[in-house]
Design a protein around this ligand. Structure first.
Ligand code: ASP
Length: 329
């Protein structure tokens, strides 16, 4: 635990997990040849003023490149969030995170916490050692969001834009404004320390409690794989995964997300294999591989769809569903 910044009574907890925001390169001019997850979260808060009446408290939960995110870290992070959110004097939480899996962590935390206080993930596209790093401004903006009365739920703050955990996606591999909310649009903008709110914050959900308990107590998580439908797709990988189940392998798949074309359509060979898998007890879900829009359900479909969830978020939803012991129809 680092010493706190500011003297205010309302506390904002800043949990560090690594990422480019905590990255270090050997030269200041190098924006890509760095190592992520090097600089401690307390150091990232250097030079950031706490708003009036607020104090910042830093805690290092992990120190990784978020491409390597694990269930174990998610479990720890969710538990630390739950711990701090339950403290009456805590206004909310900021999480510094890599951009690569940020949308997955955000969606996971919204699913298991659905908090009535704000949990704000932030990040950077340039390492902390860059000539003009974007991390410090993003952290400042995240602190503004979390300290603003009335904010709730899990959101992402990057480049002055606030995205809901449900809609956010990394859409650019290099630009500082790397995230987008698709059709839904951002929830708010942060402008010179003030919020311009455009729509509702992610809402608390009663189902999160059960999801949290099952997730928190789980020693292993159900294996759910993602396969993409594309030209000349085949069913061989699905059949091989199902064969592992037949052989009784301990980590055999329990679920399958198919990144489907357009409105949830699948190459016929992949679809046939997915139907065979479903008949053998694998939970199969179709999610569109399009970056915008949602699957509009058709009555004739035998494989259920994930609506507006992207394949990576549909996978998290399916894992949590399987952990809760709910079997899809
Ligand atoms: N690989 C980095 C990470 O996700 C990328 C970033 O943070 O921008 O941790």
């Amino acid at each position: 635990m680092a010493e706190s910044i500011g003297k205010g009574e309302r506390r904002v907890i800043v949990l560090g997990t690594g990422g480019t925001i905590a990255g270090r390169a050997s030269t200041a001019g190098d924006n890509i040849g760095y190592k992520a997850g090097e600089v401690g979260v307390a150091e990232l808060l250097g030079g950031i003023d706490a708003p009036d009446g607020v104090s910042l408290l830093a805690e290092q939960v992990a120190q990784i490149d978020s491409k390597d995110m694990s269930f174990a870290i998610w479990q720890t992070l969710a538990r630390r969030c739950a711990h701090w959110l339950a403290e009456p004097g805590v206004a909310g939480i900021v999480i510094t995170h890599g951009t690569d899996t940020l949308e997955e962590t955000a969606f996971f935390l919204q699913s298991v916490l659905a908090p009535s206080k704000p949990v704000v993930l932030t990040c950077a596209m340039r390492p902390s050692t860059a000539l003009a790093p974007d991390g410090p401004q993003n952290v400042r903006d995240a602190v503004v969001v979390v300290s603003t009365p009335g904010v709730q739920g899990v959101v992402v703050v990057c480049a002055g834009t606030v995205h809901s955990a449900f809609d956010v996606q990394k859409v650019h591999a290099y630009r500082l404004d790397a995230f987008d909310s698709g059709d839904a649009g951002p929830v708010a903008y942060v402008e010179e320390g003030a919020l311009r709110v455009l729509r509702n914050w992610p809402a608390p959900a009663g189902s999160a409690r059960l999801a949290f308990e099952r997730m928190s107590g789980a020693e292993s998580w159900p294996r759910v794989e993602i396969l993409v439908s594309h030209a000349e797709a085949r069913g061989a990988i699905v059949d091989a995964l199902v064969q592992e189940r037949r052989l009784g392998r301990a980590d055999a798949i329990e679920g399958l997300v198919l990144a489907a074309t357009g409105n949830g359509t699948l190459h016929h060979a992949l679809e046939a294999a997915a139907l065979r898998a479903q008949a053998e007890g694998v939970a199969v879900v179709r999610a569109t591989r399009c970056s915008q829009g949602r699957i509009l359900p058709r009555q004739t479909e035998v494989l259920r769809d994930a609506g507006a969830l992207t394949p990576v978020k549909a996978r998290i939803a399916l894992m949590l569903e399987l952990l809760s012991g709910e079997r899809p129809a």
